[in-house]
Design a protein around this ligand. Structure first.
Ligand code: SF4
Ligand code: FES
Length: 265
């Protein structure tokens, strides 16, 4: 009697077939998803979270977001998650995948050891509204507080505000932020102290503090000098590891601290 190949062997066979025939391989994967519905009643009601496993057949080119769509459209329409662009631009689908914050639309299933169940949870430190959706309002409240817009002084100029490549380079990295919250919700200080502004707010303050066209750097630095500001950072680098845009988040926070310490921008 033939026995079914082990799942790891099946995944390897699929990859070998793909290489030989040029066809995109398919394989089965188990997604273990943290469910939560505060409005439900019964065993899983009143916000009692629980794990639910789904088995899906995926192509080797598919991402976690594709598998979540397959589950929602074919198995359980009540599964709830955010997404918009599906291409790593809008920042709406940050979630904790195999214990690490990532964008579901950028996480390829084949890179996540699909021979074992892939765990998917909401990002941590923000109230869960339903399944993988959290309340982002506390996150955006901190973002608004650092005044994330250009505040130049003087009259409106007749032509563009010019800037040298070197001046631009100082804040180039922090312009890449997509406000996904992966950094802030991977920070142990943020988990334990809801008052902390968090890395994303500091990154977005950095983007204007070091912009030569802006004249409100010290207003922002004063805000971040608060007890809920940059001094809460313990330099654990979780934020830098989590950022899907590759922003050097911890370095940006250090530059803000240095400006406060030296009085120089
Ligand atoms: S710094 Fe990176 S991880 Fe943090 S919100 Fe911006 S893009 Fe997301
Ligand atoms: S859906 Fe827009 S970043 Fe993933």
């Amino acid at each position: 009697m033939r026995t079914a190949p082990a799942k790891g062997a099946a995944t390897r066979d699929a990859a070998a077939k793909e290489a030989a025939t040029g066809e995109v391989a398919t394989f089965e994967v188990v997604l273990k998803i943290r469910r939560n519905n505060p409005e439900a009643s019964g065993e899983h009601g009143a916000g009692a979270g629980y794990w639910q496993e789904f088995t899906v057949t995926v192509h080797s080119t598919e991402r976690v977001l594709d598998a979540l769509h397959t589950i929602k459209w074919e198995q359980d329409g009540s599964l709830t998650f955010r997404r918009s662009c599906a291409h790593g631009v809008c920042g709406s689908d940050a979630m904790r995948i195999n214990g690490r914050n990532r964008l579901a639309c950028k996480a390829l299933i084949k890179d996540l050891n699909p021979t074992r169940p892939i765990t998917i949870e909401p990002i941590q430190g923000l109230p869960v509204l339903k399944d993988l959706i959290v309340d982002m309002e506390p996150f955006f409240a901190s973002y608004r507080e650092i005044m994330p817009f250009l505040m130049p002084s003087g009259d409106v100029p007749k032509r563009e505000r010019l800037q040298s490549p070197e001046q631009r380079e100082r804040f180039e990295d922090t312009t890449k932020c997509i406000l996904c919250a992966a950094c802030t919700t991977s920070c142990p200080v943020f988990w334990t102290d809801g008052q902390y502004f968090g890395p994303a707010a500091i990154v977005n303050a950095h983007r204007f503090i070091f912009d030569s066209r802006d004249d409100a750097a010290w207003e922002r630095l004063e805000i971040l000098n608060d007890k809920a500001g940059v001094w809460k950072c313990r330099t654990t680098f979780n934020c830098t590891d989590a950022c899907p845009r590759g922003i050097q988040v911890t370095e940006a926070i250090s530059q803000v601290k240095r400006a406060l310490n030296t009085g120089r921008i």
